[in-house]
Write a protein that binds this ligand. Sequence first.
Ligand code: GDP
Ligand code: IMO
Ligand code: MG
Length: 420
Amino acid sequence: MNLLVLGLQWGDEGKGKAIDFLAGNFNVVVRYQGGHNAGHTIYYKGKKVILHLLPSGIFTNNTISIIAQGVVINPIQLVKEIKNISLMGISTDKLIVSMNAPVILPFHQKLDIIFENSRYLKIGTTKRGIGPAYEDLVGRRAVFIRDLIDKDKFYKRVKPLNDYYSKLIRSYDGEEVSINSYIDEYLESGVFLKKHSKNTTYLLNELYMEGKSILFEGAQGVLLDVNQGTYPYVTSSNTCVGGVFTGTGLPHKAVEKVIGISKAYTTRVGEGPFPTELFEEESDFLREKGNEFGSTTGRPRRVGWLDLVALKYSVMINGVNSVFVTKLDIFDEFDEIKVVTDYEINGEQNQIFDPSIDYLNEVEPVFKSFPGWKKSICNVKTFDDLPEKTKYYIKFIENYIKTPVEYISVGTQREQTINR
Ligand code: GDP
Ligand code: IMO
Ligand code: MG
């Protein structure tokens, strides 16, 4: 059964760990949106690896890894990642990259930094050039992986774009990027990637028709979706289910099941509304226990209690069939655990997550408190063996969102996962 795995919050829900755990049951793992703003952490033979572009099935024998055309690719970063993973003894022979994926160029990153520094509303982007690269795609100016192969073609496609953005960069008193400073490196990456490059739309449709099982790996999280998230504090791609279809070229029926990943609490990196956010000692405690520092940028993540109003929204708009709760072990030493069950606005309570910032900045969260279980659950293998208080917490969540919690993660390692 083809499975979509996506983050239900603001990213970093533990998708890498969950997908690495699930990938053994699939022939193919596909990234379909985002870029190297993602940071998916996996432990392989006890070693921590953070994947930014490579699909999280890369550590699973015989799995085909595909980066489809909805992903914006920095080819220098991709080559680096392939080389690093090869050094670990992992085969990348079954890695396929879409020749029709848009390329992130050095001026995209420069523009991301300039926009971020000059913006009156800071978004707190990862400064990887993701937004400007997607802007070029929508603006019908994008350069693609297939353009990296031939010097003349690359020059013809990139030079006008480089000139166009140089003017803009100068207007912000920035230092423009000369095409000559990166053309050779980009063409070398094109040569390196040639044996991996294909039309992934046809490849995926062939694999689908052959009945191969496919796992779709979401990046970021539902609340960062450019259309359905907390705009403008979002990423520039569709992180919701729709992103699979625009990003792969597969028909809608190719997704047969959707598993949503949620931390047992909430985190967010960058700016934007966060109704259940904690501050000072409370946030320091949770951040430290949960080791909440960004996988991509190292930034301290903002932390807060689980927001069930938001979770229910994410489940609703993605047709989520079951939930994979991660980092439950982080609460092992907590005396008290809270969730938010309602928002209060103008003296009235509701369960509506309207993603507009004006609304979310106004709402007051209404909390429900649970007693902590005060023992380690990191070696528990079955749901029945969890402490009663832990089971109660999970049952409350599934009852609220009217969706089963199918998996529970109690540690960073693949085997620290409970399958109900
Ligand atoms: P992703 O972007 O959704 O793949 O998540 P990240 O890798 O950015 O962040 C999740 C972090 O939590 C990583 O450091 C994981 O190793 C870690 N992690 C995932 N699941 C668990 C869990 O159940 N318990 C603990 N303690 N850590 C976890
Ligand atoms: P994974 O896949 C958490 C956030 C940034 C910023 C906003 C826009 O590891 O869950 P961008 O660089 O995309 O233009 O930044 O989105 N963001 C993420 N937050 N996890 C991610 O990926 C993220 N990718 C982007 O922090 O707030
Ligand atoms: Mg991450």
